[in-house]
Design a binder for this molecule. Structure first.
Ligand code: PFF
Length: 452
């Protein structure tokens, strides 16, 4: 048990490949769909400021912790946690923390893939020019028609998970890495094109002001907690993704540097997505604080009216699908690796089984928007229950346990060695952030989620 384990699944071909894959895992619907509407509804720049603080003080330290645990364990998160615990002479039960985060990532996919499917449908509708000159009511109707049609939702949801089966089934280098190399740069190029277009055609000044001018009067305690939750969500903390991808990292990679890069790039992409969306929203006098419907019910109105709207709309939704897809595969890989390592399954079988089960459970989310809409337990329908369970309970709990483990259970000399740190003070700061600040803040989010 004391020999450093080797990954059964190979490694990323380079440090750059890992950095790209982990950034692509972090960048997803959370950046393009969720961040702009949250910032829009919670005081713009004031929200952004709090969110940045959360990313720096809690997000980056947790990324460093997860990559370190993954790289030392070189297995799925449950076995990596067990290895780290046992070699540090602690209880093997820490493996349950790994189990918790694997389950969280898997459950997230069951609904995340359905929403990625909406984006796929919208790319198709935009390409067919269905938004052209449509009134706001017509666009709302389009959305209502989509979510009320379970067959359509199942079709797109199936596409996403069949694609994931193939990408994951092909393995780390041939499947995951290639998908990321293909999709992430394409996604970035599309984002740049759309921002350029928004700057040129939209009301960039107003969009910029809306996103960056801080209005602290609109920032409530609720907004602060939302910013914290968003920092977790967007960096894929406690979903198994980052710890799993960390298990495939070459040893020479600098974990602190890569963690800062992932967090920086993820934040930049969230901000740039805001700058792609709000100038268009303002130029067409739409409501920037509309909430979750901003992308699916508001933005297409503008695509339907603006010059080149058919092309820009199609590219926008393709970009969203690519961003979501690279997150989906990262959220499923921990379950697949677990099945391979625990039951010695072939990768293709493990990938097929995992994706099929996620697809099947996802049918519950599909039906939550139509036939099962009113089928509620404690005021939550199926989709809302899975969302609440994962985002509000499992992620904070996983994050809390990882912080405590690395700060209070992990050998600090080994930590310094893993991080290639020679200065004691860096370690003391990291330990303070992970051992004291992070647990305090997470307990706060937790209490708030349960209370509300
Ligand atoms: N970080 C990705 C995103 O922002 O979309 C993937 C993700 C991770 C989504 C964790 C949801 C989640 F709870």
């Amino acid at each position: 048990m004391n020999d450093p384990p080797k990954s059964l699944h190979g490694q990323w071909s380079s440090g750059l490949a890992f950095t790209l894959a982990a950034t692509a895992a972090a960048v997803g619907l959370g950046n393009i769909w969720k961040f702009p509407y949250m910032a829009g509804a919670n005081g713009g720049g004031a929200f952004v400021l709090v969110y940045l603080l959360c990313v720096i003080l809690i997000g980056i330290p947790l990324l460093m912790a997860e990559i370190t645990l993954g790289r030392r364990g070189r297995q799925n998160p449950a076995f990596s946690m067990r290895y780290n615990a046992i070699t540090g002479h602690h209880s093997r039960h820490w493996q349950w923390v790994g189990g918790l985060i694997i389950a969280a990532g898997f459950l997230i996919v069951t609904y995340y893939s359905v929403i990625a499917g909406w984006a796929l449908d919208y790319a198709y509708q935009a390409a067919l020019n269905h938004f052209a000159d449509a009134s706001p009511q017509a666009i709302q109707q389009l959305f209502a028609n989509l979510v009320s049609n379970p067959w359509k939702l199942i079709l797109w949801h199936s596409f996403i998970l069949i694609g994931s089966t193939i990408a994951i089934g092909l393995g780390v280098e041939r499947g995951l890495e290639r998908s990321v190399w293909l999709m992430f740069p394409t996604m970035l190029i599309l984002l740049i094109i759309i921002v350029g277009y928004a700057a040129y055609m939209g009301d960039f000044r107003q969009g910029f002001q809306f996103l960056f001018a801080p209005d602290f009067s609109k920032l409530t305690t609720q907004g602060v907690l939302l910013a914290l939750g968003q920092a977790f969500f967007t960096l894929s903390i406690a979903t198994g993704s980052i710890m799993m991808y960390g298990a495939y990292v070459p040893t020479r990679v600098s974990i602190p540097r890569v963690s800062c890069f992932i967090a920086g790039a993820d934040t930049l992409i969230a901000l740039v997505s805001g700058l792609a969306i709000f100038p268009i929203v303002f130029a067409y006098h739409l409501d920037p604080a509309q909430g979750p419907g901003l992308i699916f019910e508001t933005l297409p109105i503008a695509f339907g009216q603006m010059p080149l709207g058919r092309l820009v709309g199609t590219l926008f939704f393709i970009m969203l699908v690519f961003a979501a897809f690279t997150s989906v595969i990262s959220l499923l890989e921990p379950t697949v690796a677990f099945l391979i390592e625990r039951f010695r399954l072939r990768r293709t079988i493990a990938a097929g089984l995992t994706c099929f089960t996620a697809w099947f459970i996802g049918l519950g989310t599909v039906l939550s928007f139509n036939h099962w809409q009113n089928f509620e337990v404690l005021d939550f329908n199926f989709f809302e229950s899975v969302d609440f369970l994962t985002a509000n309970l499992m992620l904070p709990l996983g994050g809390l346990c990882i912080s405590i483990f690395i700060a209070w259970r992990f050998n600090q000399t080994s930590l310094a060695h893993e991080l290639h740190w020679r200065h004691r003070w860096s370690l003391i700061i990291l330990r303070g952030l992970l051992g004291i600040l992070s647990p305090l803040v997470i307990v706060l989010i937790f209490a708030h989620a349960l209370y509300s």
